[in-house]
Design a protein around this ligand. Structure first.
Ligand SMILES: Cc1ncc(COP(=O)(O)O)c(C=O)c1O
Length: 403
């Protein structure tokens, strides 16, 4: 792959930033995500539309079976989205009033659905390099009322599963993994579905595998699988016979057909993301002040997002001198060079108005991540030229902001 040499990138960076009127590195914007259906996906959806059998049916069943098998789980259940997937698992495993260990650094749904269940989220800090839950901090926060740990395989990077499983076993906790961002990630040679009580997925349009909206749950527990299926469809055991209160959280066969069609390409698409992640790692290793994400030892990262950490000490102060001001200037400059970025996430969950309470602790590592992380493109449709342009832009902006 053609990657610009560090020397060439440095001399380029010496010229003015596009942010200040210089020539951008990339002649066309490099998007952060690439959402496009293949012709085969469209044909698969059309086939279902033409059949007239639009609701949950054989395509959902096939997707459940293939997804569970590919992730080393016994059972799979499709559902309407990743938030429903969490609810379908939390309801049988968590009781109102329980304390549940959760990451302070994740997408809100992992935690908001704990609250929707009537349980109490106990916020745990993040690992500063893998960004996943800090299992030692979680261990410190166990009380007699703790009944579960619900944590996220974040950005495509598996959490320290050995640590979480040991913690769960030591205290008799239910273990739920949110893998909304981590389809086909692996842990020590096994699929993620081999671990915990259940694993939840989102198939939202921007995810590594997607059906537009959609979700999926896997488990190895036959009773839990039964509960999930009942909850998904109004507790219906036979036509109009309802054994419990449930919901309509069903996926449609139109969505499942898109997912199944994509599934044929998932191994290749995942390999491309992993190769792009490795290329970005190599580029960032040559840029003082930027840190690549660390793969959790034992894990296989699938790079839903590539989150770079900026070390403010390596750069000249910007604006009010805060880390956040520097990070924001860095991303503005990258955007002007043509590299699109995103902040996942601008604040910790403990700083979200819905959860913040006077006097509560704000986990310090997660707080720092909110000020210093930014995401750059790593998606499966990046070209070698775009990857080289990302590397060149990172060099150029870093040199210009070094002062
Ligand atoms: C970690 C995580 N959990 C849960 C969800 C919720 O998934 P959905 O948007 O499909 O409801 C998301 C979606 O972005 C997510 O990133």
């Amino acid at each position: 792959m053609a990657v610009t040499s560090p020397a060439a990138a440095r001399s380029r960076a010496a010229s003015s930033l596009a942010l200040h009127g210089g020539t951008p590195v990339a002649d066309a914007k490099i998007p952060l995500v690439s959402v496009a259906l293949a012709e085969a996906d469209i044909q698969a959806a059309l086939g279902v539309l033409r059949s007239g059998m639009l609701v949950q049916g054989k395509h959902c069943a096939a997707l459940e079976e293939r997804f569970a098998y590919a992730t080393d789980a016994r059972f799979g259940a499709t559902c309407a989205n990743g938030t429903c997937a969490l609810q379908l698992v939390y309801e049988p495993l968590i009781e109102p009033g329980d304390e549940v260990l959760v990451p302070a650094w994740t997408y809100i749904a992992t935690v908001s659905m704990v609250v929707a269940r009537g349980a109490i989220p106990v916020f745990c800090d993040a690992d500063p390099e893998t960004y996943c839950i800090d299992v030692e901090d979680a261990a410190r926060k166990v009380t007699p009322r703790t009944t579960a740990i619900a944590c996220t395989h974040l950005y495509g990077n598996p959490v320290d599963i050995d640590g979480v499983e040991a913690l769960g076993a030591a205290h008799g906790l239910s273990v739920i993994y949110d893998a909304a961002q981590s389809h086909l990630a692996r842990w020590k040679g096994s699929g993620l579905g081999a671990f915990g009580d259940a694993v939840t997925y989102s198939l939202y349009a921007t995810k590594n595998m997607m059906t537009g909206e959609g979700g999926l749950v896997t488990t190895n527990d036959a009773d839990l699988n039964k509960s999930i299926r009942l909850l998904r469809s109004h507790g219906e055991t036979e036509k109009y016979i309802h054994s419990r209160v449930g919901y309509n959280y069903r996926m449609t066969d139109v969505e499942a057909a898109i997912g199944l069609s994509q599934f044929d390409r998932m191994i290749d698409l995942t390999a491309k993301r992993r190769a792009n992640g490795a290329a970005l790692d190599r580029m960032i290793a040559g840029i003082p002040g930027l840190k690549a994400p660390k793969v959790t030892p034992g894990g296989e990262h699938v790079y839903h997002l590539y989150a770079v950490r900026i070390e403010p000490e390596a750069f000249a102060p910007v604006g009010n001198g805060s880390a956040r001001a520097l990070r924001d200037e860095f991303t503005r400059a990258l955007n002007a060079e043509g590299v699109m970025t995103a902040i996942h996430y601008p604040r910790t969950l403990t700083r979200q108005p819905v959860f913040e309470k006077p006097g509560m602790d704000h986990p310090p590592v997660a707080e720092r991540l909110a000020e210093t992380l930014f995401c750059i493109p790593v998606h499966q449709n990046l070209t070698d030229r775009q990857l080289a342009q990302i590397g060149e832009s990172l060099h150029k902006v870093a040199e210009a902001l070094r002062g």
